[in-house]
Design a protein around this ligand. Sequence first.
Ligand code: SME
Length: 156
Amino acid sequence: MLDATELIKDLQQMRDEGHLSDALLRQAVKRIAKADPRFDWVGVYLLNDGGDELWLHNYVGSPTEHAKIPVGTGVCGMAVAEKANLIVDDVSKVENYLACDPDVQSEMVVLIRAGDEIFGQIDLDSSDEAAFNEEDEEAISAVADKLAEQIAAERR
Ligand code: SME
């Protein structure tokens, strides 16, 4: 189980020491992936400057061919288009699902955002069906908010 409070504290400490978003995004992905055996693949996608594509920033898990995902495509792209986090219990039921690994059964996407402005997302895949619940979404959202704070500070 992810201890979001602990991770957020560590991310803030990294900020205090002068680390930038790149290091924080990598640290968050590593720690989330390590925290729970349900989380088989964890990655961060960031929106490109044009705002029409998600580019894979870093991940833990099997390599994926989806390093660039158009907004509106797949679970990842739909979350941005709908400006909402998504939990998919059974990926085989999603029409435009982009498969990374045939073992994946469920997926959760949590946006990295400051209000209406979307910077990217944390994407989690599991080989368990319906692996993700609201408690996971809350924990990952809290981490995403800390990452968004740093990204926003760099874009000011
Ligand atoms: N399944 C995602 C694509 C990204 S991979 O899971 C790494 C989707 O449908 O958007």
